[in-house]
Structures are given as C-alpha cells and as structure tokens.
Design a protein around this ligand. Structure first.
Ligand code: ADP
Ligand code: ZN
Length: 604
C-alpha cells in the first residue's frame, strides 16, 4: 500500500505533518534515520506507516509496557495487525504471537530492549521478514542522561545481525551530545538527522512565585479541571501524598504516584488515570515517561524541576493531541536550596555536579525572565524566535520593571560585609534593621548596611535577592547551609556601576484571571449549547465503548475527533470519513453507533 493511502485509510488523517513524509520515504528507501521531535509531533506514524506499507513486519523497541499496550491497542483499533511481546503475557499468548510473526501475519511487533537482544528473540527474527527496526525513546542510550537504560547499549547487535534493515531511532529530547551518542552507540553513523522544532504552540506557560501554594493551585484549577486529566508534580513523596489528600478534600479526584508506593497501587493508579476522565495524578518525576495519554490538559509543578530539559519534558506531557493545554509552575528560593543540596549530596562526579548546577541556574533564569517564556525556552534549545508568543504569562501580563541599581548594591554589600556567611533571611533582617539576636552578637547592627533597606519591604528584598541569584551575581553555598556568596560578576555592580533593572513580582494568578487572561478560559471553545451537548453525549458513548472493551477512551477516538463531530454534525457514513482520525476500520466499527448519537433527537 502507498504510504499516503495508509495515512488516510488506516489512520484517517488527510495529510502528513512537516517532515513525516520525508522520514517515511527515507525508511522506504532502506535508509537509516534519527528523529528528534517534540512530544505530540507525530513520531509514531513515522515508523508505523512504513511497517504497514512495506511487505514484512516492523520491529519496534520500546522501553515501557504501558506504552506498548496503548500503541498496540490503538493500532488494532485502526485495523493494523500489531502485537507486543512482554512479561505481561501468558506463555500461550506469547507463543501464539510468535507464530503469527513467523507466518507473516503481523505488521508491527513491539518488544522491550532487554528481550530484543536475547538469542531466542534474535532467532525468532531470523525466521521473520523484518522490514524496519524502530528504536523509540532513543535518548535512553545516553549514559549522561536521566533515563539511561543499559540494555540500550546492546541494541547494536540488531544492526550487526540485520545490516540491511533500515533503523529509525526516535526521541523527544536530545541535545547535541545525546544525538551523537545515539549515532555512535546504535551504529547509525550514516543516518539522516531529522530535527523538528521544539515549540509546543498549544501549551500556554505560566510561572509564579510560591506564596500560598494551596491558594495558588486552587485558583489555577477551575471547574473544567474536574472533567479533564492533569498531572501535578511535587519534589517529595510526602508532598505527593499530602497534596493528593488535600485535593480529594477539595472535591477533585486525585491519585498519588511515587516510587515508594507498592507496584500494584502504582499500576492501578496509572490505569485509572489512563482510562478515566477527570483524574489529577499527583506525582514525583517517577511518573510520566512513556505516558502517551493524548488528552492531559494541564501539568503543574508545585516545586522547581531540576533543569529546563526536565521542565520541557514534563510540561510536554500536556496537550499531545494538539488541543489547548496549560503548564503552570510555582517556585521559591527554598526549592533552589533543596535542589542544590540534592546535587551536592548526590553521587555524581564533580564535573557532572557542575553541569547540574548550571542547568538549575538556567531554569531559574527562565523563571525570573521578563521576556516571553516561550522565547526563553526555545532559546535554551538553540531555536531562535523573533516574535513574542502571546500565549504565556509574561506575554499576556507583561511584568513591570524597576530601576534597582541602588538596591542591588545594598544587597551585595550586605553579603560582603557580613562575610558571605549568611542566608537570605538573615541578610534581609540586617537590611531592614531587624532584631535577630545574632545581629547584635556579631555586631552587625554597627554595619553601614544595617537598616538601610527600610524603604522596601521583606517580600521585595526576597525578590531582589532571588533575581540577583538568578542573574548570577550571587551564588548559594550549600556547604554553608544556604549562605550567599558574591560571584565574580558582582563587581560589575559594586565597582563598575552597572545599571540593574528588576522584575516587579507579578500579580497573583487569581487577579490575572479576573483581568481576563487565558488562565480561566475553556480549553476548547464549542460555539453553542447544542454543540456542547453533542460533545458530552459523544464522550459518554465513547466511554461506554471503552469500558466494554477494557481500553482507554482515547484509543477509540481522540477528543479532536469527537469535537469535530460535535461541530460538523455529520449525518451519514461518508461524512464521517472527512472527520480527522476516522479511517476505514473505525468507520466500520463505530460509525453507526456515533451517527446514532448525533442523529438522536431527544435531549442529547
Ligand atoms: P509523538 O510520538 O511524537 O509524541 P504521536 O505519534 O503520539 O507523537 O502523535 C501525536 C498525535 O498526533 C497523535 O494523536 C497522532 O495520531 C496525531 N497525528 C500524528 N500525525 C498526524 C497527521 N499527519 N495528521 C493528524 N494527526 C496526526
Ligand atoms: Zn510568550
């Protein structure tokens, strides 16, 4: 079958997205490729379509059972012959799948990397006709990366045993070092590199200072959040549990997820999250890799993540289906100190620790920027963008700036005169002329900086210190319990009279919402009540079908498909084929049921 036909007839889509066609043609020509594209860009189709279009079977290496299960289920729904081999199968099921593979009855076979390199499995492959090898989450090959999987290093053996079969390695996050590791470690020196842009235009970004976390989260969540799925990330297990319990008390359905929970609880919570609407997963970063749920509508960070890469990857789990989604983070100086301690006490090498610290600081820069968040985010990944995005908090409510050279000098000389031995609370006390008993003890009430800062309040001083840290004029010393030290840059302010502008702390989220920013807008605008009613009825139908089959609703149809149906109100089967995401198999399977819902006259 031609690849464009597969796109239309199997997947029900009209046209390829940027780069998809090229990548697919490259595989069809028998060449290797490395694909680096953001989440939701449509990487899966790049290996699924060639596997279906060519004679023989495509092999897909995927590190996570949940992900395999979802993809295989979606493929089957679309009428493709797909299966996986992993430890969740009974021996009988596994042997029947192997039989089908040998008989040429499969288009795609998914396996985990550790199985892929066993002699037994390689033997099976030799009996089959393999048309392509896809290696998903290829960044797992990077020893420096946070998702390192040693089994990935052995995958080269596939290249050695099947040198003629084209290999496609795919990932959403890989800086240049990781790209090179993928190339060398997977034996792909001749592969064509496809580098997609990093922008996720449907995600709106907002970052706030942590003041009262609960109030802030409450005003971020809205009524609509009770119907939608979302993820809230916390730094510690304890906070995960507390937050989940608190949200339950507020009338949300919230489930905890962290590595300390028994495996059966974790997998139950994950299944519920995947299969039902309206669940908030409160989790540590142990949750998320390989979660392919397309309709996650928001991702919240209750604490600072550890780098821009992590922030990007975690927020990237929102809005894979391309519909509007929101990312919201609250952070404070305390988070910074916690991370620094974690880096310091971790067992990375000195060089690695310096890298981790640098990454943390880049993230702090993003938090404190007065510029468009998206510009700053993309800039970090080397993607330059001229226009402001209009879909982030700094674009929607530009923060004011104020001239603060004098205050910067006060803050830095306070650090200097107290001998770089104190944390931010003490320093602010000195500037405000406070009565911390240590001030007298050390004679700091005699210093010229004692009480010079009374024109500003405590919150403002915290903000000043934070911004000086973010901009690199001060460093946080972890060995010294978070005491602040001058950096070499500080002399620019102290001695060379560099002019400094500070960001005025933005008004809280809630007021912004009242002022009509996007934070409380509905995710997707159905135009009238009739459409809204149709959308709800279609969702109900979808849920009933999904429950009956024991699969997540999105493998039946994505939200986008239902929304198009609700708006266009197709009347006959041929109209349904024009709706995105409806191919021939799905039309046959579900067309009539959904048309009945659309055509039913009684109150939808
Ligand atoms: P990735 O693996 O890059 O994160 P996916 O392959 O999961 O992304 O694709 C994200 C979503 O976009 C899926 O719902 C997929 O069906 C949809 N999609 C992919 N390609 C197209 C296309 N050409 N037209 C319409 N939708 C597409
Ligand atoms: Zn912006």
């Amino acid at each position: 079958m031609k690849h464009l036909n597969v796109l239309k007839e199997v997947f029900g889509y009209d046209s390829f997205r940027p780069q998809q066609a090229e990548i697919i043609e490259n595989v069809l020509n028998g060449c290797n490729g490395i694909v680096i594209m953001p989440t939701g860009a449509g990487k899966s189709l790049c290996y699924q379509i060639p596997a279906i279009a060519m004679p023989g079977m495509g092999l897909v290496i995927s590190p996570l059972i949940a992900l395999m299960r979802d993809q295989v289920e979606s493929l089957k729904q679309a009428g493709a012959r797909a299966a996986f081999l992993n430890s969740s199968l009974t021996p009988e099921e596994a042997s029947s799948i192997k039989k089908r593979a040998r008989a040429g009855e499969l288009d795609l076979l998914y396996v985990a990397p550790e199985r892929a390199v066993t002699e037994e499995f390689l033997g099976l492959l030799e009996d089959c006709s393999i048309n392509e090898i896809a290696i998903d989450e290829a960044h797992c090959v990077s020893q420096w990366g946070h998702d390192f999987r040693p089994e990935y290093l052995q995958l080269q053996i596939l290249r050695e045993r099947f040198p003629k079969v084209p290999v496609l390695a795919l990932t959403a996050t890989a800086d240049e070092t990781t790209q090179n590791e993928i190339r060398t470690r997977l034996g792909l020196s001749d592969a064509t590199l496809y580098l997609g842009g990093f922008d996720r235009p449907n995600i709106s970004y907002a970052i706030d200072l942590k003041k009262n976390a609960k109030t802030q989260i409450k005003s971020f969540l809205n009524d609509e959040s009770k119907q939608h799925s979302g993820i809230i990330y916390c730094l510690s297990r304890k906070k995960v549990e507390q937050t989940a319990t608190w949200l339950e008390g507020e009338g949300y359905r919230a489930l905890p997820y962290h590595a300390g929970l028994p495996p059966e609880v974790r997998s139950r919570n994950q299944d519920l999250f995947l299969n039902e609407d309206g669940i908030i997963m409160v989790a540590t970063i142990a949750f998320g890799m390989g979660i392919d749920k397309p309709d996650v509508r928001f991702v919240v960070h209750m604490d600072l993540p550890k780098s821009i890469e992590s922030y990007y990857q975690e927020t990237g789990r929102a809005g894979r289906d391309g519909l509007p989604a929101r990312a919201y983070m609250i952070y404070g100086l305390g988070d910074l100190v916690t991370h620094k301690q974690m880096i310091e006490n971790g067992d990375s090498s000195g060089e690695q620790k310096r890298v981790e610290n640098r990454k943390l600081h880049s993230l702090l820069g993003l938090c404190e920027t007065v510029a468009c968040r998206r510009k700053a985010l993309l800039g970090y990944f080397g993607e330059e963008r001229k226009e402001n995005c209009g879909n982030c908090d700094t674009c929607l409510t530009p923060p004011e700036q104020w001239h603060g050279t004098r205050e910067a000098q006060m803050a830095l000389s306070c650090v200097y005169r107290t001998e770089q031995r104190f944390g931010v609370h003490y320093l602010v006390d000195v500037l405000l002329g406070g009565d911390d008993p240590r001030i007298q003890k050390f004679g700091h009430d005699k210093l010229s900086v004692y009480g010079v800062g009374r024109e500003r309040d405590r919150t403002e001083w915290f903000s000043i210190f934070r911004q000086l840290i973010a901009a690199g004029y001060l460093t946080v010393d972890i060995g010294g319990y978070g005491s602040l030290r001058l950096s070499p840059l500080s002399s620019q302010i102290l001695k060379e009279g560099l002019e400094i502008y500070f960001r005025k702390d933005p008004i809280p989220q809630k007021k912004r919402a009242e002022r009509g920013s996007s934070s409380n807008k509905k995710s997707f605008q159905l135009e009238n009540e009739e459409q809204e009613a149709r959308w709800q009825a279609l969702r109900k139908k979808r849920m009933a079908i999904a429950k009956k089959q024991g699969v997540p609703p999105y493998v039946i149809f994505h939200d986008k498909t239902l929304i198009e149906m609700a708006i266009q109100k197709p009347e006959k089967e041929s109209d349904l084929l024009h709706i995105t995401g409806i191919g021939e198999q799905k039309l046959k399977k579900y067309g009539k049921e959904f048309l009945d819902v659309l055509n039913s006259p009684t109150p939808l």
